[in-house]
Ligand binder design. Structure first.
Ligand code: CDT
Length: 319
């Protein structure tokens, strides 16, 4: 029997620093209603979808930073989203900043959750690849302080939901082939990814004109090489003076983009995904059990990175 998931990429336009959680949740709910009216089973929202992308600023006051974090999920403002999901019978992926206390220690993560049609959280993921830098770098036009404000998560789990095997990643994770492969080895059939990607990369401005190309390149490769759907969803547009790419899209296991957003505002793009399309890739070209050679890949986990350039000079630590 065919297994279809009707999925919506729920792209957000910019969120101002002054915008309240209540206002943002109202935007998310409006998109959820639209996705449901269009017959969707699941809507995917961006990374850090409840606030502006605050790691662009250096804050000294921890209390000011913690204003951007959720202490419970659902919390007072987000409960309405869960209630609507349950009422409509639609699931969602939501990215947010998570503050939690583990064994008496405060921990902060860049997190996403997958919520099923009953409003239950069925999977939680904490961003592994935190980009940017940890120290104040005022020379930049804007900063990227994820390494200061979050700690990395532990890994990439998957779960059975929506009739298939679902996995999650967050923004910078999508640039790393390991992200998809670890989930591919667990049989993932749909990888959900929210992102906030500035067009301008201060340490490498020569890449700026390629930012949309790279966005699609990495997600299309991840989909094809692992025989999985990928749903990539942006917070787009000019947010607090910083331009972010859109380019939200749904990618088939063939690597082809089958639906995409065309604006940089609040917009949904929808695709009817036949999860059984994954099988022809997983059973042939990317039949891991038949073709992979783990003996040859030891360095992937043994070595973290290259410390010396081809000419013998140290790799400069640019973030
Ligand atoms: N949010 C996030 O992870 N953004 C990064 C910007 C890095 S600049 C190349 C991203 O990978 O899109």
């Amino acid at each position: 029997m065919a297994r279809f998931v009707n999925v919506a990429a729920g792209q957000l336009g910019p969120i101002a620093k002054s915008e309240t959680r209540t206002e943002v949740v109202a935007r998310l709910m409006a998109m959820m209603r639209r996705a449901h009216a269009d017959g969707c089973d699941l809507i995917v929202y961006p990374e850090l979808a409840l606030t502006t992308f605050f790691p662009r600023w250096y804050f000294e006051d921890q209390a000011e930073i913690d204003e951007f974090f959720e202490r419970e999920m659902p919390g007072a403002e987000t409960r309405r989203l869960f209630d609507l999901a349950r009422e409509l019978g639609i699931g969602f992926y939501l990215g947010y900043a998570e503050l939690t206390v583990e064994a008496g220690i405060v921990r902060r993560y860049n997190t996403s959750i997958l919520v099923d049609r009953t409003g239950a959280i069925v999977l939680k993921y904490r961003k592994v690849h935190l980009p940017g830098h940890a120290e104040h770098e005022p020379w930049r036009k804007f900063q990227h302080l994820e390494k200061r404000y979050f700690e990395p998560g532990a890994g990439f789990g998957v779960t059975s939901a929506f009739g298939g095997v679902m996995g999650m990643a967050i923004c910078n994770d999508r640039r790393w082939s390991e992200t998809y492969r670890v989930m591919g080895l667990q049989g993932v059939e749909m990888v959900l990814i929210g992102y906030n990607t500035p067009v301008h990369n201060p340490p490498a401005p020569e890449h700026d004109h390629l930012s949309l190309f790279h966005n699609h390149l990495v997600m299309q490769a991840g989909a094809y090489q692992n025989g999985t759907f990928v749903v990539g969803v942006a917070k787009a547009g000019i947010e607090e003076g910083v331009e972010h790419i859109g380019g939200s899209c749904i990618i088939a296991p063939s690597g082809e983009i089958i639906a995409s957003c065309t604006t940089t505002g609040d917009e949904i793009a929808i695709a009817r995904c036949d999860l059984d399309l994954c099988n022809s890739y997983k059973r042939t070209t990317f039949n891991f059990d038949v073709h992979r050679q783990p003996r040859a890949y030891g360095m992937i986990v043994e070595r973290k990175g290259v410390t010396t350039m081809a000419d013998g000079t140290p790799v400069p630590p640019k973030a």
